[in-house]
Every structure is written in structure tokens, then in C-alpha cells.
Design a protein around this ligand. Structure first.
Ligand SMILES: C[S@@+](CC[C@H](N)C(=O)[O-])C[C@H]1O[C@@H](n2cnc3c(N)ncnc32)[C@H](O)[C@@H]1O
Length: 189
């Protein structure tokens, strides 16, 4: 992990734009940057925009940030991010992202409606946009308040990795609530 990513993460926390646990997001994005090296990424459910900003720091060309109620903090605006307003289950929204991308995407991060059925629909609808070998991330696979995320995550087969913050990871500089969060990533065959 380099200091640029940590500084960007600190900036997003300080402006109140990020809904992720520090260790998890830094571990995920270090892996995305070093192993996947994405050119095009998409976040579903971006809220204050902090995660889209961080995804943009590890994506070389374009990021599409989809939310039906964008509330992107001014400090979290990033020049490589296109902010798409609309429902993730809208085919029009999907088609606009597909057209803007112009080719298959490398990284998809699902963090919109956290019910099991909605996470499954987002996965079924948006994962065809991901290239073979690309990664699909899911937030809140370890959040008891969003049990549907873990339920659906457990049904997915394939090469998977989980980034889950524990007490050992946050002895210093802890930000967030223990027992919430959790990020799962599956590689598209
Ligand atoms: C948990 S927040 C996202 C947090 C953000 N990913 C982060 O890491 O800071 C969920 C967001 O998803 C949006 N959302 C929920 N369901 C949606 C849907 N079906 N389509 C579009 N946006 C949705 C909400 O408006 C909210 O801003």
C-alpha cells in the first residue's frame, strides 16, 4: 500500500464522504491497483462519493458512479468519475454506462440496496458488463444489519477473497464500527 492511497482515504474520511472501514478499503484498493490494474470501474451506490473517488485513484481511465440520490461531497468529486443518476435496475442507466465505457469493464463494486434480492438483481444485471478476469466486489458481507449481502455472497461460486476488518487490523487509527462492513471480491471466469 502506498502513502497516496492512504492520504486519499484520510481525505475522504475527513470530508465525511466514505462509508467503508479503513483497513478493508485500503486492503481492497491496494489489491485492485496492484493485481487488477483497472482501466474502467463502476460503483453501484455511491452516496457521498468517497468510494468512487478512491476507486478513481486506482483506475486509469474512467469510473462510473451510479446512485438514485447522489449526494457527492464537493471534496469527493474526481475528474475521472462520471456521476450517473438513476436506479441500478434501470436498463436505461445500464445502457448509458455501457455506452460511456465503450468496452467491458474491469471492476464492479456493488453497494446499493442491501437486501438479498436487490444485491442478486444488481449482480445478475451488471456482472455481464465485466470482462473475463475482471473483479466484482460486494460491500457488507460481514454486516449483521445487512444479512442479505452475506446470504447472496455465499451462493456465488468461483475464485473469491474476503477483506474483513478484525480487532487486529485496527489497533491504531481505527475508523468505523467493528462487526459491520466486510468486502467480498469474486473474479469473473
Ligand atoms: C451504503 S450507501 C453507499 C456508500 C458508498 N458506496 C461508500 O462506500 O461510501 C448506499 C447508496 O445506494 C443508493 N441506492 C440504494 N439502492 C439503490 C438503487 N437500487 N439504485 C441506485 N442507488 C441506490 C442510496 O441512495 C445510497 O446512496
Amino acid at each position: 500500500m502506498n502513502s497516496d492511497l492512504r492520504l486519499a482515504c484520510d481525505k475522504m474520511y475527513k470530508c465525511g464522504a466514505l462509508g467503508q472501514l479503513e483497513w478493508e478499503v485500503l486492503a481492497l484498493l491496494s489489491a485492485v491497483r496492484d493485481k487488477l490494474k483497472p482501466a474502467i470501474s463502476v460503483e453501484l451506490g455511491s452516496c457521498y462519493g468517497g468510494m468512487s473517488y478512491l476507486i478513481a485513484t486506482v483506475t486509469t481511465e474512467k469510473v462510473f458512479s451510479v446512485d438514485m440520490a447522489h449526494a457527492t461531497n464537493a471534496e469527493a468529486k474526481h475528474e475521472r468519475v462520471t456521476y450517473v443518476s438513476g436506479h441500478t435496475e434501470s436498463h436505461e442507466v445500464l445502457r448509458s454506462v455501457e455506452a460511456g465505457a465503450g468496452r467491458k469493464i474491469d471492476f464492479l463494486f456493488i453497494d446499493a440496496d442491501h437486501s438479498r434480492a436487490a444485491v442478486e438483481r444488481d449482480y445478475q444485471m451488471w456482472s455481464p458488463l465485466v470482462r473475463p478476469g475482471g473483479w466484482i466486489g460486494f460491500h457488507d458481507i460481514s454486516n449483521p444489519g445487512a444479512a442479505g449481502c452475506r446470504e447472496f455472497w455465499d451462493t456465488i461460486q468461483g475464485q473469491k477473497i474476503e477483506f474483513i476488518q478484525t480487532g487486529n487490523h485496527n489497533a491504531f487509527g481505527f475508523i468505523g464500527w467493528l462487526g459491520c462492513g466486510g468486502i467480498g471480491v469474486v473474479k469473473k471466469p
